[in-house]
Design a protein around this ligand. Sequence first.
Ligand code: ADP
Length: 257
Amino acid sequence: LRTAGKAYYNEQGKGVYIAGAVLDITEHKQDEIRKNDFIGMVSHELKTPLTALNAYVQLLQFKLKETENEFTTETLNKINVQLKRMSLMIDGFLNVSLLESGKIQLHKVDFDLVELIQIIAEENRVILPSHFIQVIGADGMIVNADREKIGNVINNLISNAAKYSKKESFIAIKCEKRAGELVVSVEDEGIGIKENNIPKLFDRFFRVESPVTQTIAGFGVGLYICAEVIERHQGKIWAESRYGEGSTFYFSLPTAE
Ligand code: ADP
């Protein structure tokens, strides 16, 4: 290809009008990189005050246990839920930024996945007293994975299950051993997802367009990051749902050698 003005010509002298597109892509890419760096920076800066806020709330909760004042306990719980959501969102942005710049790294260790699920379920029972969280399944499932990032995936799925369902409903987390892999599922009794939206769930910035979803805070990055994290562990992630009845999100991880 050689260029003439803004058009390209191939060897037969035929015009190939892609010059504009090539320029656009370059500019677009630089724009994306700048946006990405900015998102990364902002998220990073927001993390510091948020971590401090989390610590203060925990301290207050600890102190207030002695007084048993229902109003303050309940209010603090609500603050905690929102803080947790904010943390997940900021972590989400930070991770998107790292993912896009190829900087995300896995720190793999051997650990018991069921034990981690039990710990996360217990934490979520405290911050989500609105839902009944159950853990069902096998004990002792050792994986070689990034414990923190897999923890974030589980937290994200539980947080979504609670966000997109009514209060007082059940969230069931199941762990299952299959040939060469472990499968974890998070099932809710929530609003469900229409079939045509299921293939788009793990796309960056995808959110179901519905009046209900619009009233629920979110940016559509949680599942995108979950998918990236799981895929980098050579695992799979997928969803099944019945609109109006509930959804189940699954992920699999290879068992440790
Ligand atoms: P966010 O929840 O911040 O919008 P996610 O990437 O976590 O972003 O989810 C993408 C979209 O998938 C959500 O906006 C919602 O429309 C849909 N979704 C995710 N989890 C569920 C669920 N458990 N039940 C119903 N819809 C869900």
